[in-house]
Design a protein around this ligand. Structure first.
Ligand code: 5GP
Ligand code: MG
Ligand code: MG
Length: 189
């Protein structure tokens, strides 16, 4: 049984997505943008974000898997599904759910950069800079959060909870305290 405590409510996330989309619309005005979502975690954020973009948008996805356990990234990344689109000469925005150690994104960034896009930027909803192992600063970042393991809004624990509209800290038996407001009776098993 997992206990979930709210960290970011749906309204707060939506306001942030609006703000990020506003900046992206300004930065890419008159350009065509190839938005690349990193599966599976980014699918909810990306779906909300692209619907607020008013520049010309093309969508693609990559799926990666990091060798490691559920909560820790090893830095050895495998591309499970590559892009369908050719990115050479195009403006690419990589969309990620959360940056933790940064190892996954660093690997992907280098891999895509080698294909010579006109530009390559990173947009993440969440960032846990305390855990960073490589030098990586996202161009667009929604929220900086402490070192909690979070679920919801696309993010999973054992493939569950991706459908929740808010973002929650999941109690995995670590006994960690959170600053989030507790959701009364929110016990999911
Ligand atoms: P990194 O390579 O930056 O350490 O990890 C990147 C990936 O690990 C994220 O895209 C995400 O899939 C997963 N991850 C990192 N932190 C969390 C977290 O707090 N919750 C969940 N559900 N996944 C996380
Ligand atoms: Mg991810
Ligand atoms: Mg996961």
């Amino acid at each position: 049984m997992h206990k979930l405590e709210i960290l970011l409510a749906e309204e707060k996330i939506q306001a942030k997505v609006d703000e990020l989309a506003g900046r992206i619309n300004q930065d890419y005005a008159e350009k065509e943008l190839l938005v690349v979502g990193i599966l599976r975690g980014a699918f909810v954020f990306m779906a909300d974000l692209v619907r607020k973009l008013d520049v010309s948008v093309i969508i693609d996805f990559v799926a990666v898997s990091s060798y490691g356990d559920e909560t820790a990234s090893s830095g050895v990344v495998r591309i499970l599904k590559d892009l369908d689109e050719t990115i050479t000469g195009r403006h690419v925005l990589l969309v990620e759910d959360i940056i933790d150690t940064g190892l996954t994104l660093k690997y992907l960034y280098k891999n895509l950069k080698a294909r010579r896009p006109a530009s390559l930027k990173v947009c993440t909803l969440l960032d846990k800079p305390d855990r960073r192992k490589v030098d990586l600063v996202p161009d667009y970042n929604g929220f900086i959060i402490p070192d909690y393991f979070v679920v919801g809004y696309g993010l999973d624990c054992g493939q569950r909870f991706r459908n929740l509209p808010g973002i929650y800290v999941i109690d995995q038996g670590s006994g960690k305290e959170t600053e989030g407001e507790e959701v009364k009776g929110e016990m999911i098993h």
